[in-house]
Design a protein. Structure first.
Length: 390
């Protein structure tokens, strides 16, 4: 082989270095969490659970009810919903079924914003009676120890925010299974690397926990109600105050909401486009995390049994090890082994989505096209945006 071929084969092996870093980071994360423990029996500050609701999710009643069954001494649950929302009858039944819980229904945000969910959070934070705020989406289901677990990090006054991992409650369709294996084999492993190299400067919408002080410290949700990726931004803005954001190993359940391949594809393209526009160099750097395309490139450049065995074999072994460590050893997910054959399929799809994101200058959200300028959402057609934000 020529020297140039050796160089290209070396470049093609860079994703394997990334995979090894994933394994090291994942092992370190879950080992350190197991040593320190996440149990909490004595620290129980009053909590306000805030839930901006729009539309009726699958299994909505059970999702909401799981927050009413918390083993926690003092907390309230606030829902912000429109009066004509299909979720309202379910929420009214919840109030009747759990009279012992302090549940309040707020109607509408009273604000005009592109991101109506965040506008609702502005009102929810204003109405909340307690200083520890737990914000979750409507499709989240939790165990009775959830509030004790997410409150625990706030023993440390240097902690201003916390978030946790999540997994699907039930996968009824193939596309939901594919999404699930993608999160466990690809998305969360990347999060482990971010945790190891740069700390936690993000939060997930499935669980955002912050103090009222850290919320006020970045200007409140009104500061980001016209910006994309509000969950990521909330974590970043808390961290910028010099406060710690903790990533907990606790796994909440989320109802799979992808009904078709196009649903999954367009949502992921939108998310990847937002990431490219917000972090262009970091997004481009993902080129060195795609093991399958680079392995196929190596085999095409130097076709031989040895090359195929070395690259494709190493790719398969490391991807299986990552998924096992993340999903089975770390997140304790059952029945994951049978999904392992879908890892290459997900990797192909994720690589295509990444490529497509470079051709997008706008995102489509709730039926309206938006540009992102200076970190803000700007409607391509302002008249459409005013109707889509309600």
């Amino acid at each position: 082989m020529k020297a140039a071929e050796y160089v290209l084969l070396g470049v093609a092996a860079i994703p394997f270095v990334y995979y090894i870093l994933v394994l090291f980071s994942t092992a370190r994360f879950f080992s350190s969490e197991k040593l320190t423990g996440a149990s909490n029996s004595g620290f129980t500050p009053p909590i306000s659970c805030l839930k901006p609701i729009k539309g009726l999710d699958d299994d909505a009643y059970e999702n909401y009810a799981s927050f009413c069954r918390q083993d926690y001494p003092e907390y309230e649950i606030l829902f912000c919903v429109d009066k004509d929302d299909p979720a309202l009858p379910v929420l009214e039944k919840l109030v009747r079924d759990f009279p012992e819980r302090r549940i309040r229904l707020l109607f509408g945000s009273g604000r005009t914003a592109i991101n109506d969910k965040v506008a609702r959070l502005v009102r929810l934070v204003d109405e909340a009676q307690h200083d520890l705020l737990v914000i979750t989406d409507g499709d989240i289901r939790v165990n009775p120890d959830y509030l004790r677990t997410v409150a625990a990090p706030f023993r440390n006054p240097k902690v201003g925010g916390a978030t946790c991992l999540y997994a699907s409650t039930e996968e009824r369709k193939f596309i939901q299974v594919l999404q699930s294996i993608g999160m466990i084999s690809d998305f969360f492993p990347g999060i482990m690397v971010a945790w190891a190299l740069d700390g936690v400067k993000f939060m997930f919408g499935q669980t955002i926990v912050m103090t009222r002080m850290s919320n006020a410290g970045f200007g409140g949700y009104q500061r980001i109600e016209n910006r994309p990726a509000d969950d990521l931004l909330a974590g970043r803005l808390v961290a910028e105050q010099g406060l710690k954001v903790e990533l907990l190993p606790y796994v909440v359940q989320t109802v799979a909401d992808f009904q078709s391949l196009s649903d999954l594809f367009y949502k992921r393209v939108r998310w990847m486009t937002v990431m490219r526009l917000m972090r262009p160099w970091g997004h481009f750097g993902l080129i060195f995390t795609w093991g399958l395309p680079w392995s196929l490139f190596a085999v095409a450049m130097h076709p031989s049994v040895l090359t195929a065995a070395a690259y494709l074999g190493t790719y398969a072994a490391l991807r299986i090890a990552i998924t096992w460590m993340m999903g089975i050893w770390g997140m304790k997910q059952k029945g994951l082994w049978k999904k392992f054959p879908l890892i290459p399929l997900w990797d192909v799809m994720a690589f295509i989505i990444w490529l497509v994101s470079f051709g997008r200058k706008s995102i489509r959200w709730r039926g309206v096209n938006y540009f992102i300028k200076n970190g803000m959402l700007v409607a391509a057609e302002p008249a459409a945006a005013s109707s889509g934000s309600r």
